[in-house]
Design a protein around this ligand. Structure first.
Ligand code: NDP
Length: 450
């Protein structure tokens, strides 16, 4: 009889935790998952999935405008926000159920409640102790709002998904994925939006040209971008909020959304009862096999930092399960992970930005193309698509593919396969395009623009 109740005890039923639990169980491990909040974690409940549904809703505005040029007379009133919000919530509840079934069908025990460590092999959930040979921390992250006076009046993305009503004007603070996506979503839903970012250009770390073109596109859509600006205080007024700005002015707004990063959700986890250590950024420090400083405790997903993306957490969960219970000892590969920002228009990107590529490879060729989408030759929509390829001259490998335009998130996935397989510019050139599409431009870029 084992001295343990489980081989693996997973804390957190988000993307990474559920994948690790399910795969480990399918390989014969006895597994339990504890979850205090909702099944599916951030992605399903207050992240990727509801955000994408809102993003679809927001895109209709542009389509309504474009429709007239194609012969359709479409009239529309303001969005019925409660209908959108509640339809979204119903779908999320359906997905919560699916996650429950996934765990049940995989023979994973689901324990509802907050887990905390008693020691390195024991967790307590609702006063009951569970002993496990190994414990996996997959608790994810939580929005971080800096300590600005009046921060209690600010909301994070968590609350935005459940707002009672949409304000007439909203302010978004931050310049990362969430801020930029929600600036576009709110604008598309008919809210006047000001986005405030503390440095000179948002989306730090992405290709600079793409960032610049996105700023132009967002302004075209009526979003006010204020760079080199920050909020120093938030005050409640009779009809909304007043923001004190670092530059000295004030901004009256109906709601202020802080999208200023996320922190690992470690409160109440009882890490002090273990040897688990944190890294300099405050995330759980792990080896490249996801092992913490306590040998029986592992961690993966957003709680270890790095690229906080659902598919990365899924891959990490799979990697760990195979390593622990499948006898497959393969390092996680973090190179050429594609990503999309579902702003308006989308950004899709894989590989190195021009700035990163110059630093890493030295001699590079850069190919760019900016043009009007065929669809907009009939409309008055001034939006333009921007594409960029980066090639390492020494190897001829394409090391960066970047796109700003409708459906970039869909389109880049296919190019990511090619990049991962080591496609060279010669292979791109030898590939026949599909006409007439936006994507064909990626295989017809002949002369390096610089
Ligand atoms: P990010 O880390 O992407 O961006 C945080 C932003 O807030 C940065 O612009 C940062 O500025 C700014 N910021 C940080 N602290 C302060 C402060 N004290 N005052 C003012 N501004 C501040 O975080 P997000 O919250 O947008 O998203 C979290 C993570 O979730 C992302 O990194 C991403 O991994 C994931 N995500 C992925 C999505 C996708 O795949 N489409 C969608 C949404 C989220 P600075 O640049 O100066 O540091």
């Amino acid at each position: 009889m084992s001295q343990f109740d489980y081989d693996l005890f997973v804390i957190g039923a988000g993307s990474g935790g559920v994948r690790a639990a399910r795969m480990s169980a399918s390989m014969g491990a006895r597994v339990a998952v504890a979850e205090a909040r909702y099944l599916g974690g951030t992605c399903v409940n207050v992240g990727c999935v509801p955000k994408k549904l809102f993003s679809y809703a927001a895109h209709f505005t542009e389509n309504f405008h474009d429709a007239a040029s194609f012969g359709w007379d479409v009239s529309h009133g303001p969005i019925d926000w409660p209908r959108l919000r509640d339809n979204k919530t119903r779908e999320i509840e359906r997905l919560n159920g699916i996650y429950g079934n996934i765990l049940k069908n995989a023979n994973v025990d689901l324990i509802n409640g907050h887990a905390h460590f008693v020691d390195e092999h024991t967790v307590d959930v609702n006063g009951k102790h569970y002993r496990a040979e190994r414990i996996l921390i997959a608790v994810g992250g939580w929005p971080y709002i800096p300590d600005v006076p009046g921060k209690e009046h600010a909301i994070s993305s968590n609350e935005l998904f459940y707002l009672d009503e949409l304000p007439e004007h909203a302010t978004v603070v931050g310049g990362g994925y969430i801020a930029t996506e929600f600036a576009g979503i709110l604008n598309g839903l008919g809210v006047k939006v000001t986005q405030i970012y503390r440095r000179s250009l948002f989306l730090r770390g992405f290709d600079e040209e793409i960032r610049g073109h996105l700023a132009e596109e967002m302004r075209l859509r009526g979003i006010e971008l204020r760079f080199n600006e920050n909020v120093t205080a938030i005050e409640k007024t009779a009809d909304g909020l007043q923001l004190q700005l670092e530059s000295g002015g004030v901004l009256n707004t109906g709601a202020v959304l802080y999208a200023t990063g996320r922190q690992p959700l470690l409160e109440g986890l009882g890490l002090e009862n273990t040897r688990v250590a944190l890294n300099e950024q405050g995330f759980i420090a792990v080896s490249d096999t996801f092992q913490t400083a306590a040998p029986s405790i592992y961690a993966l997903g957003d709680v270890i930092g790095g690229m906080e993306l659902t598919p990365v957490a899924l891959a990490e969960g799979m990697n760990l399960a195979r390593r622990l219970y499948g006898g497959i000892d393969q390092a996680m590969d973090y190179e050429y992970i594609p990503t999309a920002i579902f702003c308006q228009p989308n950004i899709g990107t894989v590989g190195y930005s021009e700035e990163q590529a110059r630093e890493k490879f030295g001699d590079i060729s850069v190919f760019t193309s900016q043009f009007k989408h065929l669809k907009h030759t009939l409309t008055e929509n001034p939006s333009k698509v921007f594409l960029k390829l980066i090639v390492d001259k020494a190897s001829d490998r394409v090391v960066g593919v970047h796109m700003l335009g409708d459906d970039a998130g869909e389109l880049i996935q296919g190019f990511a396969v090619a990049i991962k397989a080591g496609a060279t510019k010669a292979v791109f050139d030898a590939t026949i395009g599909i006409h007439p599409t936006v994507a064909e431009e990626f295989v017809t870029m002949r002369e390096a623009s610089r």
